[in-house]
Design a protein around this ligand. Structure first.
Ligand SMILES: [Zn+2]
Length: 146
């Protein structure tokens, strides 16, 4: 229980101001937010709203598929608003300092010149731009080109 209480993603989901991040999308089952320790500008985390530690066994197949729809929409939206070549998507189970399963969606193939340096204003602006686009992409359900 202590791990759950200390979990920053659960803190974000419960609106604890100590764990506030720019949120790009949120619904009953997941949250999408800009990293405070980005590998590159636009580094977004997609996480289930509930504390789950196992990437596969922690979810039913339909829950997992629903989260992957959000990962897809997030990556597509990032591609529209962040000028970078390439996109990395990685899944994390049992990460150091955060056991809450999540997916990193990171624009670009390289590493930022100064990893971990956050432009807070730019992150908030990006989250505000991503918010309607991710919602639109999810509502469209793949009924768009590209
Ligand atoms: Zn958690």
């Amino acid at each position: 229980m202590d791990e759950v209480e200390a979990c920053f993603i659960c803190g974000l989901v419960s609106n604890d101001p100590a764990f506030a991040h720019p949120v790009a999308y949120r619904d009953a089952v997941c949250v999408v937010f800009l990293s405070r320790f980005p590998w590159a500008f636009g580094h977004v985390l997609v996480a289930p709203a509930m504390h789950r530690e196992r990437l596969l066994a922690g979810f039913s197949m339909s829950e997992y598929a629903a989260l992957q729809r959000v990962v897809y929409a997030t990556g597509r939206a990032l591609g529209e608003y962040v000028d970078a070549v390439g996109l990395r998507v990685s899944a994390v189970e049992g990460g150091e300092g955060c056991r809450h399963a999540h997916w990193n969606v990171v624009p670009g193939a390289g590493v930022a010149a100064e990893p971990g340096v956050v432009d807070v204003g730019a992150s908030r602006d990006l989250a505000a731009r991503l918010r309607p686009r991710i919602s639109w992409l999810l509502a469209a359900g793949g009924a768009f080109g590209g």
